[in-house]
Each structure stands twice: as C-alpha cells, then as structure tokens.
Design a protein around this ligand. Structure first.
Ligand code: PNW
Length: 451
C-alpha cells in the first residue's frame, strides 16, 4: 500500500510536455548552404585556439540534412514536444534586410515533419549564432532592433503551426561568456561599463522581440524566453536560509531575469554597477518588462547559499574539489537547484506557466560493444527530475521539461569533446545510437512518471 502511494506520488500532470532541446549551431552543420550567412560562431570557431581541438560547427550533427532522422528519434522516445532554434542567418544572411526563402523553407519542412510525428515545436529565435554582418554585434544597440524585426518576421511565418516562441537563450551566457570572460564568441573581455551595455542590449532584444512576436504572430501565440538565472539553493532548508537564497537569486540576477520580470533594474544592481551602469533610453525598461505567457528555465548547476550576518544577508558557499561534478568542470551536481530554480521564480514573480527549457549532463559515455550505458547521466537526470516533481507537487505551475540534449553535439568552446546527448553520435559516420538514458527517458515519458 505504501509502495503504491509512493509510486503514484511520482506521476506528472496529465498534459505535461515531455521533450528534448537542441540549438541550430550545435546540430545543423551545412554552414554555407542555401544562402546561410556567416555567424559570430563561424568566425570564432575558425579562429585558432578558441575551441577545443579546433572543432567547428561546419558539419556538427548534419541535422540540416538529417532532420527526418532526428524527428524519428523524438518519436522513438515518445516525446510530445521538441525545442530547437532557428538560425537567424539562414533567414536574414546579413542579419537584416532581404529574407532568404530557402531558410524559411527549411524550418517549414522541419516543423511540418514534427507535427506529422505528433511532436509540438517550441521555437527559440536566438541561441547564440549571431549574423556576423551586424556591425558591432551585441555592443551595438541596433542589434536588438534587428533581432526584433527578425523575431516578428518569424512569428508571421511560423505561428500558424508554432504556438510557443522563446526569444533568446541564456542571457548571461551570450553576454558575459562572450563579452566579459571571452570564452565564447566573439571572445571579448570588455570593461564593466561596456559589458553592462551588452547585457542591456541583450535584455532589450528580448523585450523588443516579445513585442514584435505579439505584433507579427497570430492571436494566442505564447511568448517567453529560455533563461539560465544563477540558481541559489539554500544548503539548509529553514526559513532563514531560504529567504537568504531568495534574496541572492533576485539580486544576483538583477541584470537579467530580474529586469525582465520586474521591468526595471533593481537598486542593488544599480548600486553595485555605480558609474558602470548601462545607458538606458526612455521606453527600454517597459519593453524589457513586457508581460510573458511563460518563463522557461535552463537548470544545471546550483550555487549553494547560507544566511549571513553581513549587509547582503547571504553568503555563497564555493564549490570545492570534492563537490560532485559531471564531465564538464562547471557542471556541479545539485539536484535541489531544480526545485529552487522553479520555486524562487514562482515565489518572486508568480508566472502563470513555467517550463524547464534545458536540463541535462555531460558524461564520459564510453561505447562498448555498440552500447553506451550512461548510468551516471540517468542518476543525474532522475535526481533533478525528482526535484522538479517536488515543485509541481507543491503547486508551482511547471508544465514541461526539455532534456538537453537529444543528441551529442557541438558543445561550444568544448567542441565535440563533451557529450550531452541521450543519443550517441559518431561524428565520423553521423550514426545515432540511443544510450541507456534514452531508454530510461522513454520509460519516464511512457508512464508519465518518474521511474
Ligand atoms: C547551455 N555554465 O549552456 C546552453 O543553452 C546549451 O547550448 C549548452 O550546450 C548546454 O547548456 C550545456 O552546456 C551553458 O558555464 C553553458 O554554467 C555554460 C554554462 C551553463 C550553461
């Protein structure tokens, strides 16, 4: 009896969206086909020393040609949803101006194929591959305006079949990793004032994009973003530590998700930025705070937090050598990040609908006798999913989960050296092989229950 009750406990809501996620530059390849324009990542990956092993996305998983096979993989999982991104430079090779019909045709084919397989498309409009022709990239405010034009155009083309659009993927990654740390395209290490301006252009692109999608898409189009707020999780789950973690979450994401949800830069962020605060034009903050139909979160590693007697009220507990990690050094394992990410956003801003737009893990994935038995990835996924379930059981409106990733793919600066897929890809032959984690996920979806 007890066992049955416990099992029922792990069931997900009836209409739960189960999917996988990918991104254009990471899987498509076909980098110079059908009129696609060059992107910042083409430039970056072809610059010696920027990407591990000199890898590029020129071919990647060749999904531009193999999308039917990838759709079949989704069908094999029983997934009812798929999150992928549109390559801006396939649609507008120069970033703006004349659209390229061949690019539109490609995504029409992908979408029609997904719908025929019973898989709902969730479309991300910017997952880091920026048309290289846009002068100054994200340092130039005009890039935010160009993004909005492109986003509105795509909503017009796709919203007869696509219900849900995400403007941008991970504000912090494409701004800071690219312009402050210099480890992603375009590889810059800007001074704080300029980096804050890039961040402002990022959130502005999102906000103007929301408005353009609403104007260009048909009525009922659902708009949100896929962001990766840093998730502060209390080490000890008592009210004192929980409120310290919530404060850290709102403060430390002040330039990104907090700005999007509140339509302003909060005082703690402005005070910290001081003279380096971004230049904001009249109307920007209203656009940035445009109401959303959903908020989607990419959740991986936690930041552990405790209450503290100092002025901020919290202290971040650093990761150390013995903190458990998956195969990427940054991917510290902390399943509670799943619960606290959802809960903080739910408590702070009460969004009507939440999704997990990414969650997954890199693993060593040795192939033995044609099999990849990735028990470590299954362990990781099961524990995170258990914490998402915990949030749902407490009433947080989490409506879907997109596992990163459907396939091993181009893992940015790590090239093909880090594998996140639940399907193994042999990059020499492009052969896809389901890993043990794919069998596990298929069973979770089939039973709509954590197994
Ligand atoms: C996300 N970090 O990136 C991206 O949305 C994906 O494109 C990517 O492949 C996936 O997660 C796995 O990395 C991240 O350093 C990159 O904390 C780096 C970090 C987090 C997310």
């Amino acid at each position: 009896r007890v066992a049955v009750a416990a099992a029922e406990d792990r069931t997900f809501p009836n209409d739960f969206r189960w999917g996988c996620a990918t991104a254009s530059y990471q899987i498509e390849g076909a980098a110079s086909e059908d009129g696609r324009g060059r992107t910042n990542w083409d430039v970056f990956s072809h610059t010696p020393g920027k990407v591990a092993n000199g890898d590029t996305g020129d071919v990647a998983c060749d999904s531009y040609h193999r999308h039917a096979e990838d759709t079949a993989l989704l069908k094999g999982l029983g997934a009812n949803s798929y999150r992928f991104s549109v390559a801006w430079s396939r649609i507008f090779p120069e970033g703006r101006g004349r659209p390229n019909q061949k690019g539109v045709d490609h995504y029409n084919r992908v979408i029609d194929e997904l719908l025929a397989a019973g898989v709902e498309p969730y479309v991300t409009l910017f997952h880091w591959d920026l048309p290289a022709a846009l002068p100054g990239g994200w340092q130039n405010r005009d890039t935010a305006l160009a993004f909005a034009d492109y986003a509105g155009f795509m909503a017009g083309k796709l919203s007869d079949r696509v219900r849900s659009f995400m403007t941008v993927n991970e504000l912090r990654c494409f701004t800071d990793l690219g312009h402050l740390q210099g480890i992603h395209a375009p590889g810059l290490k800007l001074a704080p004032a300029q980096a804050n301006q890039v961040r402002h252009h990022g959130v502005l692109a999102h906000g103007l994009g929301v408005q353009a999608i609403r104007a260009g898409g048909r009525a009922g189009t659902q708009v949100g973003l896929a962001d990766n707020p840093t998730v502060f999780a209390p080490v000890i789950e008592t009210p004192e530590h929980v409120s310290a973690a919530r404060k850290a979450f709102r403060d430390r994401n002040g330039m990104f998700l907090t700005a999007v949800m509140e339509g302003r830069y909060i005082d703690s962020y402005l005070a910290e930025a001081g003279a380096d605060a971004p230049t904001v034009k009249f109307g920007d903050m209203a656009a940035i705070g445009s109401p959303l139909d959903f908020v989607a979160l990419n959740i991986y590693a936690p930041e552990w937090v405790r209450a503290d007697a100092g002025p901020s009220g919290y202290a971040v507990v650093p990761h150390i050598g013995s903190s458990p990690r998956m195969a990427s050094p940054w991917l510290v394992v902390g399943p509670e990040a799943a619960y606290w990410g959802v809960r903080h956003v739910g408590d702070l801003w009460q969004p009507g609908t939440l999704y997990i737009s990414e969650n997954g893990a890199s693993a060593d994935d040795p192939m033995t006798d044609g099999r990849v038995d990735d028990a470590d990835r299954v362990m990781y996924l099961r524990n995170y999913l258990g914490q998402f379930h915990r949030a749902i059981a407490e009433g947080y409106p989490l409506h879907g989960y997109f596992l990163w990733s459907l396939l091993d793919n181009f893992e940015w600066a790590d090239g093909y050296g880090k594998r996140f897929g639940i399907h193994h890809v042999d990059f020499a032959t492009q052969k896809r092989t389901p890993k043990l984690s794919a069998a596990w996920y298929r069973e979770v979806i089939r039973q709509n229950r954590l197994v």
